[in-house]
Design a protein around this ligand. Sequence first.
Ligand SMILES: Cc1cc2nc3c(=O)[nH]c(=O)nc-3n(C[C@H](O)[C@H](O)[C@H](O)COP(=O)(O)OP(=O)(O)OC[C@H]3O[C@@H](n4cnc5c(N)ncnc54)[C@H](O)[C@@H]3O)c2cc1C
Length: 249
Amino acid sequence: MTEAQVKAASNKVLCTVSHIQPLTPTVQQVILTPKAPVEFKAGQYLQIYLSDTDKRPFSIACAPGFTYQGQPALELQIGGTVTDNYASQALAHLTEHCSNNQEVLVQVGLGEAFWHEESSRPIILLAGGTGFSYVHSIASAIANADVKRPVQLYWGLRHPQAGYAEAELAAWQASHSEYQLNVVVQEPDAQWTGRTGLVHQAVLDDHADLAGFDIYIAGPFAMVGVVRDAFLAQGAQRTQMYADAFAWL
Ligand SMILES: Cc1cc2nc3c(=O)[nH]c(=O)nc-3n(C[C@H](O)[C@H](O)[C@H](O)COP(=O)(O)OP(=O)(O)OC[C@H]3O[C@@H](n4cnc5c(N)ncnc54)[C@H](O)[C@@H]3O)c2cc1C
C-alpha cells in the first residue's frame, strides 16, 4: 500500500488551512480544504495532528456536503484563550500553517455521537459554550434534509457576548413551526432579556419526562456528566442520548 492509500484507509488526510476568522473574541472559525475526498456523518469529530503523537479532537461544525469557495471543505469552531492550552495550541498550529501555506494532517469521521436521521423521535440539541460546534453540524444537516420533526435547540452561554451565528439560528427556527430555539445565559448583563441559568436546567424545566427524545449533547466535560445523570433521572433513555464526551467520563 502506498502512503496515500494508508491515509485514505484510516480517513487521514492532509488539508489546506483555507481561512481563519473570529466568530467572537475567543472563538475562531477555521475552514480546512482536504486534499482528497473525506467521509463523515453530521455530529462526528476530527483529530488535528500537532505532531506524530499529539492529536486533538474537535467537532466538525459543518454538515456533510459543505463547500468553501466551490471546494469540499470542513468547518471547525474552536474556542481558545491563553489559559486553555488544549485549544489555543491547536489554533496556533492552524494559524501558523495558514500563514505559511502549509498543510495540516487530520483524521476525519470519528465518534459515535452522530445524527441518527432514521429515527422518528423529536430531537433535543444541547450545547454548552463551544459544544455548539457539534450542534451546528447536526442542525445544519437537519436543515439540509428539510426534516420536519420537532427540534429543540438549547445553547448555554457563560455571557450574552459568547453567542454567534444569529442569522443561522433565526433561519433554523423559522424553518418549521416545531423548531424551538432556547439561548440560556449563565451570567446575564442588564441588557439580557432571555432565559438565564444553567442550560440543562432549562431542559429539565421544560420537559417533565425526557423518555421520548433523541438527545444530542456537547460542551465541557463537567457539564456533560451533570447532564447525563440529571437527564437519566428525568426519564431520558441512555440509548437515545448521544455525546462523545461519555467516552472520556
Ligand atoms: C470529541 C471532542 C470534540 C470537541 N470539539 C470542540 C470544538 O469543536 N471546539 C472547541 O472549542 N472545543 C472542543 N472540544 C473541547 C471541549 O468540548 C471544550 O473545551 C468545551 O466545550 C468548552 O466549553 P466552554 O468553555 O465554551 O463552556 P463554558 O463557557 O464553560 O460553559 C457554557 C455553558 O455550559 C454549561 N455548563 C458549563 N459547566 C457546567 C457544569 N459544570 N454543570 C452544568 N452546566 C455547565 C452552562 O450552561 C454554561 O453557561 C472538544 C472535545 C472533545 C472531547
